[in-house]
Design a protein around this ligand. Structure first.
Ligand code: ATP
Length: 396
């Protein structure tokens, strides 16, 4: 099958093909898959049969580009319009043990490179060689699976070699509304067994990617249900995950930690567990702030709440709103009020009115609380409040 006609809408590839001439190069993975689904993939993965260094010059002729060699046999090009082109040498992989990164060596043919991939729908290639530009290479039957709406692994033991593929399968199945074929369905048992051998950052990476998906609540729910949370955890209901999704603005990878918070175990070891995770400071803070609120008795007064929990990360409050629906309206209202709670009167004005030292901070805090409680709304009201404090002091 030749796809040259379909590729007309994307002149980038045709230009690339002209520059590459008779060099053997293929666009693989997400791009061909999305082309058949009528979508345009922003990232382009190119596989070549020779040393990638031989391809750098022609690709740079496409225009201004930021370029760097990454790992073994790969290079990355970032174009000003946001397009990312990944260049890699065709490779074969060997997994010496389950769940470790594979040993890699150059492959002799594009077919060999396609067979080492995760799913048939991701194992198609389109030739960029000038003389057969647009030729589809589909040794594993990816197009048929795409048409049937099927996620299918390419060999038995695929999820043992690399359990991260199980998270990937869930992502694709939800994104495209596809089902799993029977072998893939059985592979999930292997993933469940071997997932604990993955390092935490590799699992985090999958949860991040899941968190950027439209159906991310379902992604987290299914990943848990299929045993892909290999540590002690609670099992949030799908509704809870969906509520959290609804509370967050845009979908982004960084939100993964907030979904993760809903899976934190409820037993006594939870703090040690959080401290043991290899996470950055803001992520740990979000988890710890949430834990500080999770089982706390909460008085639904915005001022009181602010005094006790005003320093908690906003995200932790959103997780709490999903976790304890009875608090939802109160928390959303508190967050709205908080935006408008910064006192407008300045410290300088307070000094001019006769306040000094610690008293200034105290007055500002009081104003903030009164604003949160809706008892002060304008700068004028702030001034009369400050005046009343002065009167009180002087016994008037
Ligand atoms: P997405 O639309 O989610 O970005 P993608 O296909 O571009 O999909 P990438 O993660 O960028 O996904 O991977 C590029 C290609 O590399 C995939 O299409 C697949 O062929 C292959 N691949 C990625 N991860 C694996 C894996 N763990 N095992 C085997 N092949 C993989």
């Amino acid at each position: 099958m030749n796809l040259a006609d379909r590729l007309k809408n994307d002149p980038f590839l045709k230009r690339l093909s002209d520059l590459l001439g008779e060099r053997e190069a293929y666009v693989v993975g997400g791009y061909p898959r999305d082309l058949f689904l009528g979508k345009r993939s922003p990232d382009i993965d190119i596989v070549v049969l020779k040393d990638v260094r031989k391809f750098v010059e022609p690709i740079r002729e496409l225009g201004p580009v930021d370029f760097r060699f990454s790992e073994f046999m790969t290079a990355k090009f970032l174009f000003p319009d946001g397009r990312v082109l990944d260049l890699a040498r065709a490779r074969r992989e060997r997994y010496p043990c389950p769940a470790v990164l594979p040993e890699v060596e150059p492959a002799e043919s594009i077919e060999e490179d396609l067979w080492r991939r995760d799913f048939s729908i991701n194992a198609m290639a389109i030739s960029l060689k000038r003389t057969n530009f647009g030729e589809l290479i589909d040794p594993t039957g990816g197009l048929e699976d795409l048409q049937r709406g099927r996620i299918r692994v390419l060999k038995e033991g695929s999820f043992r070699d690399d359990p991260t593929r199980a998270y990937r399968a869930i992502r694709y199945s939800l994104r495209f509304n596809f089902s799993y074929d029977s072998l893939t369905e059985r592979e999930f048992d292997l993933a469940r067994k071997y997932v604990r051998l993955l390092s935490f950052p590799r699992i985090e990476n999958e949860l991040r990617r899941g968190s950027a998906e439209e159906r991310r609540a379902e992604f987290f729910h299914e990943a848990e249900a299929r045993g892909l949370f290999p540590w002690e955890h609670r099992k949030p209901a799908l509704k809870e995950l969906k509520d959290l999704d609804g509370l967050l603005a845009e979908r982004k990878e960084e939100d993964w930690i907030l979904f993760f918070a809903l899976f934190l175990p409820e037993g006594p070891g939870v703090l040690e567990f959080v401290h043991s995770l290899p996470l950055g400071k803001p992520e740990k803070k979000a988890l710890l702030d949430f834990l500080g609120l999770r089982d706390e008795e909460i008085e639904m007064d915005p001022g009181e709440f602010h005094l006790k929990h005003g320093k908690s990360a906003e995200e932790a409050l959103l997780v709490l709103a999903a976790f304890r629906p009875a608090l939802r309206d109160f928390i959303l209202d508190y967050l709205e009020r908080k935006k408008k709670a910064t006192p407008q009167i300045s410290a300088r004005e307070l000094i001019e009115m006769g306040f000094t030292g610690r008293k200034i901070g105290e007055i500002l805090k009081k104003i903030e609380i009164l604003r949160l409680q809706g008892k002060i709304r304008t700068k004028e009201e702030e001034r009369s409040f400050v005046q009343s404090q002065l009167d009180e002091r002087s016994g008037r």
